[in-house]
Design a protein around this ligand. Structure first.
Ligand code: ZN
Length: 576
């Protein structure tokens, strides 16, 4: 039994996520967590909402709520949707938790003790009307290059020129529209990442099993141009983790908070501490996952994320972890493998949260159960390239794979057995060469599935699973117990007994992809034996003759053309 720590990139708090976000980290992470648990490994699967930063403050302002209240509400909404999609987190935490406050302050103190934090004076735009400093992208004005009148302080999206806020003509606050702005001097802390380039390079180069894409993105950021830059880790905001040097005040940093990019990944660890507290366990319970001197040296740590998050997780977060262990007394568990995803597009364009384009998690669950979405999204995961959601493809995939292949098999076998033998596994008959061949084919296919799952090849795993289902259908087609029954009822009984056992095996193996359908199958079979079919012959004899079952309802309803057209129209525009 191995110990596997799995984190999914943290969804930001300011709204409901779309299906592209879901398949970009949380859903494949859940697939992997479920599979590893099913194989008997000890799994810790962590996610959380990322709650700090200006976008959260602005979303709260728009909603007319204090930011803490807004974040608490949106966390509950996101947690509900995660549960609706059956995301099996051991803990779904909050980056605003007391645990993350304490740990972020502690790690900043360690970095300071290591000499890795510098203080830098900056000039920044302050809005008198808003009573706050404005991040560059919350200052708007006219572009000095092209005259576009809604250029942002960091970049003009019309001509793409990189800008400084002070370049803008007639600058105004993007929050209030106020032009009562002034440039003020303010002090910030910077993490001296440049100092750590050699250590980071050595660490990245030690990762021989990482995809070249991941390593090359990291090395590019490390070495291209002027190389990795020091990075500001504080902000002049109210909402966030107050800047402290461990448990001491940080002179000159009063009223400032840590920048969201600094505290968000630390929440992976803090959320595990939240889990421990929720379980009534002590610190050693989370430390055995995160501290290699306290039991985590045999943990395999896998991170799931969108490709845009890779530089951050290969450089900035590791810089914090490596730096905090400057004197060898705090060896933190570092990531072993990063699984990153490209983008899912929507019907000829992009999913967009800001424009409300695409299907959002709440909308998806309002029209179909989670398994339908899980199956499509995972079997079309954007791994080696971007992929595209179309309603036609969704309909075809659900109808073919789920309804025609798996659902139909379950329905035919249980109904046939009920009509000829009653609702129990029939007695009599023995397996012949056809059954032996099926067992061998299933064993080989399952091995292939396991190999792809271990490698986190999500689409290939789905294809192997589909192939595993197809073997059952082909067997049933050839064996044709409904014909056999007329001439040799004993042989038909053996075939049906095998097929009913195969349905149980399908429930066990398919559970990481379609947990609800698997549970429904198991309940119908009156069985709660989820053990992995390591020995296929034995697994196909697990349910004995005489074992009672109930004929299940339709597992997967087909999507009609009318439904498809209706949804296509309903989700063609933007969300209100
Ligand atoms: Zn411009």
């Amino acid at each position: 039994m191995a110990r596997i720590l799995i984190t999914s990139a943290l969804p930001y708090i300011n709204g409901i996520k779309h299906l592209g976000n879901l398949v970009g980290s949380q859903l494949p992470a859940d697939l992997y967590a479920r599979y590893m648990r099913a194989r008997g490994h000890e799994v810790m699967f962590i996610c959380a909402t990322d709650e700090h930063g200006t976008p959260a403050e602005i979303a709260a302002q728009k909603a007319g709520k204090p930011v803490a209240e807004y974040c608490a509400e949106m966390h509950a909404v996101q947690a509900d949707l995660a549960a609706g999609f059956r995301l099996s987190f051991d803990h779904f935490g909050r980056s605003s938790s007391p645990q993350n406050h304490a740990l972020t302050q502690h790690l900043a103190g360690r970095l300071n003790a290591a000499g890795l934090v510098s203080e830098v004076s900056e000039k920044q735009v302050y809005s008198n009307a808003d009573g706050r400093f404005l991040p560059d992208r919350y200052i708007e004005g006219t572009c000095p290059n092209c005259g576009y009148d809604r250029a942002r302080g960091d970049q003009c999206e019309n001509c793409t020129k990189q800008l400084d806020p002070t370049d803008l003509i007639d600058p105004r606050s993007a929050i209030s529209g106020s032009t009562d702005l002034e440039v003020r001097e303010t002090k910030h802390l910077f993490l001296r990442q440049r100092e750590m380039r050699d250590q980071l390079r050595d660490w990245i180069k030690s990762k021989k099993d990482w995809p070249i894409l991941t390593t090359s993105i990291a090395l590019k950021w490390l070495d291209d141009g002027d190389g990795l830059q020091d990075r500001g880790i504080t902000r002049d905001l109210d909402w966030g983790i107050p800047v402290r040097d461990g448990d001491k005040d940080w002179p000159g940093m009063e009223g400032k908070v840590f920048y969201v990019w600094f505290d968000a990944p630390i929440e992976y660890i803090a959320a595990t501490a939240e889990w421990a507290e929720a379980q009534g366990k002590g610190d050693e319970a989370w430390q055995r996952w995160w501290r290699t001197d306290k039991g985590a040296d045999d943990v395999r740590y896998v991170e799931f994320m969108g490709k845009d998050n890779v530089p951050f997780h290969t450089l900035s977060f590791p810089a914090t972890m490596i730096g905090a262990n400057f004197d060898g007394t705090e060896p933190w568990k570092m990531v072993d493998y990063i699984k990153s995803f490209n983008y899912l597009n929507y019907d000829g364009g992009q999913f967009s949260t800001s424009q409300g384009r695409g299907v959002f998690m709440d909308q998806a669950l309002s029209i179909l159960p989670a398994d339908y979405w899980r199956w499509w999204l995972l079997s079309h995961a954007p791994e080696s390239s971007d992929s595209e959601f179309t309603w036609e493809n969704f309909q075809a995939s659900v109808n073919k794979d789920l309804a025609d292949v798996l659902g139909n098999l379950v329905s035919r076998v249980t109904k046939f057995c009920r009509s000829k033998f009653g609702e129990q596994l029939p007695e009599g008959g023995t397996y012949g060469p056809r059954e032996e061949k099926l067992i061998a084919d299933l064993s080989a296919r399952l091995k292939a599935f396991e190999t792809q799952m271990e490698a986190m090849e999500v689409r290939k795993s789905a294809a192997e699973l589909r192939g595993f289902w197809v073997l059952g259908n082909e067997y049933l087609q050839e064996a044709a117990p409904w014909s056999t029954f007329k001439t040799d009822p004993e042989a038909a009984a053996a075939q049906v007994r095998l097929a009913l056992n195969l349905i149980r095996v399908y429930a066990v193996v398919s559970q990481p992809f379609i947990p609800d359908a698997s549970r429904a199958i198991m309940e119908a079979l009156g069985c709660d034996d989820w053990s992995w079919p390591a020995d296929m012959g034995a697994a196909l004899a697990a349910l004995p003759a005489g074992h009672a079952f109930t004929t299940p309802e339709v597992l997967f309803a087909k999507i009609s053309d009318e439904q498809r057209e209706d949804w296509q129209n309903r989700f063609a525009g933007t969300r209100a």
